[in-house]
Design a protein around this ligand. Structure first.
Ligand code: ZN
Length: 139
């Protein structure tokens, strides 16, 4: 008999197990006080639900779009199904990891690379002049 992990209890609560596995868990629950406690705990975790970072992480991290997909999403170049999926992931699931990633990408897109570079160059020249270390800038 395989060990009943917390993940398996969550899968049980999600109704995502085979009949045999479900029966096995229900059997084990009848016989094990610690397991019943573990199940209660799992249910409490689920009640705290979407707002618990840990729960979101456990549930959603395997379904997170990649950073490339998020970038494509911002540019709206994904196909409809993918676009919808990412939309759901961000707006309904409100995955904190992808939202952070998205915010980061948005900042990057708002500031096109050449422009940022140009500003840095000007800043460097003025501060180099100001500091009297223009030696390197002459090259
Ligand atoms: Zn995500």
């Amino acid at each position: 008999m395989s060990e009943i992990t917390r993940e398996k209890l969550h899968a049980y609560l999600d109704d995502a197990l085979t009949d045999a596995e479900t029966a096995q868990i229900e059997q084990a629950l009848r016989n094990s006080d610690p397991l019943r406690r573990a199940l209660r705990q799992a249910m409490q975790e689920r009640d705290r639900g979407d707002h618990s970072l840990g729960a979101v992480w456990r549930r959603e991290r395997l379904t997170c779009p990649t950073r490339e997909q998020l970038g494509s999403y911002l540019l709206q170049v994904l196909d409809d199904a993918q676009q919808e999926y990412v939309d759901f992931h961000l707006k309904t699931v409100a995955c904190p990891f992808c939202l952070a990633n998205l915010a980061d990408l948005q900042t990057l897109q708002k500031e096109p690379a050449p422009k940022a570079k140009e500003r840095r160059r000007r800043f460097f020249q003025s501060s180099a002049g100001f500091l009297g270390v223009a030696r390197d800038a002459r090259k």
